[in-house]
Design a protein around this ligand. Sequence first.
Ligand code: NDP
Length: 401
Amino acid sequence: MSKVLVIGAGGVGSVAVHKMAQLPKVFSSITLASRRESSCLKIAKSVKERFGVQIKTAEVDADEVDQTVRLLEQVKPALLVNLALPYQDLALMDACLKSGVPYLDTANYEPRDEAKFEYRWQWEYQNRFEEAGLMALLGSGFDPGVTNVFTAWLIKHHFDRVDTLDILDCNGGDHGHPFATNFNPEINIREVTAPARHWENGDWSETPALFQKQSFSFPEVGDRNMYLMYHEELESLVKHFPEIKRARFWMTFGDAYLQHLEVLQNVGLTSIEPIYYEGKEIIPLQFLKALLPDPGGLGERTKGKTCIGNIVTGEKNGNFSTKYLFNVCDHEECYNEVGSQAVSYTTGVPAMIGAALMVQGIWKGRGVFNMEQLDPDPFMDMLNTHGLPWKLRNLETPLAF
Ligand code: NDP
């Protein structure tokens, strides 16, 4: 029985509290706080209507450490779940250290003025969390998150040695808009337009954004084009499993999405360099975000499925094999259950699972942890029972590319 404070009432925060409300024995009291309390109140109403659970709400600017500290002192939670934006990670970790509260998030810290995806800033908190006797769990979403746990589980149960890892993220859903991103547009476009990087023979190899394309037939979705990208879990996975010779991340994009993105990039609307407009400084990408559909509102009109998983090659007892471990998630089923589309769902459910394992002391430790450092088994069990069941396939051959 634990109190939890969730910060960030967006698409992911909404799913996480809807799922927490279904586990009253684990989460005895849920407080949802965000920059605008109105965002929390909408979610609280839906949770009450769907599951009969009353959650508490509050307003906080998570960039202001003192505001969060005051809220933590008031709520006294067993865990702070950060589902705001990556910009707030360090301020929220500072607030947790000041208040003696464990921390969990789903995305690594990014400075606002530079699209840089690195764990360095958060790993630097290792000693402070360790000395305070507190645990910080980084990246408890799907990717990062489930993909890290998938890797750890495959290594624990199926391989003595892993050679290659490919993470394949497919959103086969259709929301009917000419252009929309399926999670926070600013964070999504920063990620997609960053140069691609993958790990090969002990070093990073960089190629231009969206340069390498392959076609893949995804279970229950079909053939899709996917593009090599950099994704933050590659950094922690090759650190914690240094025997991996090659680690890559692929994401699918439709032609219409890419055409729109190219035009937006060419006219400068994806830039994070400030410009002056009518005497006021604005950031083009933030202006674009204001024009685009709210990802939280896409659920009602999105049809189709996501398929995200890992293809791993390696050896056990002298036998070489290729395994594909994946989850398929249906946008409409997610919407029926919690009122959100599958991209928010596949992130919010693992956030709830990570939180449940931490508040019950099943996952525990002192310091800053990535997901693959913890026992994957209880997390894998909860994925099966809380809406994200997984499947394991043996592939006859490794990927041909
Ligand atoms: P949204 O933009 O929908 O929601 C973010 C919420 O954070 C908003 O409700 C906003 O508040 C709130 N917020 C922003 N700034 C502040 C602040 N200073 N103080 C308090 N609240 C603030 O984003 P998503 O729900 O799509 O994404 C949430 C997180 O999940 C992001 O960090 C994203 O990168 C991560 N993510 C991780 C994935 C994974 O698989 N690991 C996949 C997808 C997303 P308000 O509405 O009150 O103004």
